[in-house]
Design a protein around this ligand. Structure first.
Ligand code: C5P
Length: 402
């Protein structure tokens, strides 16, 4: 493995597994990576700065927060000078502090200040790992884009058995290499994605909805995040989990979706995959509408919802550089999609043939309509459609100034 020229900032937490990072450092140095180290106060009970410094052949920073550390290289500079931050071992306490956004020592301050990818190798007692608090913290960090390696399962220093052991140094090294080599052409871009249906209330218990599952929009958000974009996903009510590494704003109605989108600007691109309800009910009541035996059904008065795509695509200082809409059609796919691109004022339209089981299904057949023509993709899994669309977005931004 060759990691020549790669700069790793290794943050060592306090746990018995800390001794294993000496082997990790040895492997990283063998792969020609340069390694700077931050030792938490607890970590220094398990490994000494001297041992780490001897192996890394570079400066070891402690969380004493001495003026020398701050003067020589402030915490911002420390993370700026790294390609990847690796936290190993990450204790339950360190994970909790990361999840809470605390900055109460050098390690957590660097982690809060960084815009670089972060890889975490947890190690702790099995019951601490399985505790709901730790699992919630891990899920939260994963949603923010933090990558994890391990923990492994096996006998532990505390005489218990189960998940909680630090991943083997070789496995951490491989995860580091994967994190460093993953292409991130959309790094530094903020992309807004809408997904799912909207629910338009009739009264407190009834609403108008549609069959959108959110699968395509969520897959697009995940694919963009995978290419390094900072993604804000504004999602209507769906039954699928939030994608990893994406900031999700949950909304119910079209009006809420528009407000959440507007609040998420500026963005470099907006991809409107949501099946926004065209109409909402006017004069909704705070009380449930009573079914009176023998009385005629109530008449619903509808009004038109705001068009989120057209609003985002409207010329103005906060218009994203690239605005993409969807056109769900059952006939004349290309002609309708081309007309919709002009009507909505957006840059691209993803025309999808929704005759059959597309809504809520696993696959999608789409035609990408841009200024320069129509790109027809065959019927593909929604994840593959998302991956191809994310690649098109990356190509669009390639070489453009931020
Ligand atoms: O007008 P139509 O619903 O066919 O347009 C579909 C496209 O417009 C999709 O991209 C959808 O997300 C978006 N749209 C919207 N707000 C609406 C209606 C549609 O953003 N109120």
């Amino acid at each position: 493995m060759n990691l020549a020229g790669k700069r790793i900032l290794l943050i060592v937490g306090g746990g018995i597994a800390a001794y294993k990072v000496l082997e990790l450092i040895r492997l990283l140095r063998k792969a020609q990576a340069s390694v700077s180290t931050v030792l938490t106060a607890a970590a220094q009970h398990f490994v000494t700065p001297l041992a780490v410094q001897a192996l890394t052949e570079s400066r070891v920073y402690t969380d004493l927060f001495s003026l020398t550390d701050e003067n020589e290289m402030g915490h911002i500079q420390l993370s700026r000078a790294a390609d990847l931050l690796v936290v190993a071992p990450a204790t339950a306490n360190l994970l909790a502090r990361m999840a809470a956004g605390l900055a109460d020592d050098l390690a957590t301050t660097v982690l809060l200040a960084t815009d670089k990818p972060v890889l975490v190798a947890p190690a702790m007692n099995v019951r601490m790992w399985q505790h709901a608090a730790t699992q919630t913290n891990v899920a939260l960090l994963a949603r923010r884009g933090v990558a994890f390696v391990g923990p492994d399962e096996g006998p532990m220093a505390c005489n218990e058995h189960g998940p909680g052991r630090l991943a083997e140094p070789q496995a951490i090294l491989e995860a580091i290499a994967a994190a460093l080599t993953a292409p991130r052409p959309l790094a530094g871009r903020h992309i807004l994605v809408t997904s799912g249906p909207t629910h338009e209330p009739i009264d407190p218990v009834r609403y108008i909805a549609n069959r959108s599952s959110g699968r395509q929009g969520h897959a697009i958000a995940a694919a963009l995040a995978h290419l390094g974009a900072r993604v804000t996903l504004v999602s209507g009510p769906v039954a699928i989990p939030d994608p990893a590494g994406v900031a999700v704003r949950h909304v119910e109605t079209a009006e809420q979706m528009l407000a959440a989108c507007s609040a998420s600007l500026p963005a470099d691109a907006a991809i409107c995959a949501a099946a926004v309800a065209d109409w909402r009910v006017t004069g909704t009541t705070a009380a449930k509408i009573k079914k009176v035996p023998g009385a005629p059904p109530p008449a619903l008065a509808l009004t038109t919802n705001p068009d989120i795509l057209a609003t985002l695509a409207a010329p103005g200082p906060s218009r994203p550089l690239l605005v993409v809409g969807f056109a769900a059609e059952t006939e004349n796919l290309d002609a309708n999609a081309i007309a919709k691109r002009v009507r909505k004022g957006c840059d691209w339209i993803v025309g999808n043939d929704v005759s059959g089981d597309v809504m809520g299904g696993e696959a999608n057949e789409v035609h990408l309509v841009t200024e320069s023509g129509v790109l027809a993709w065959p019927r593909l899994p929604k994840e593959e459609v998302a991956r191809r669309l994310a690649m098109q977005v990356a190509d669009h931004f390639a070489g453009r100034a931020r």
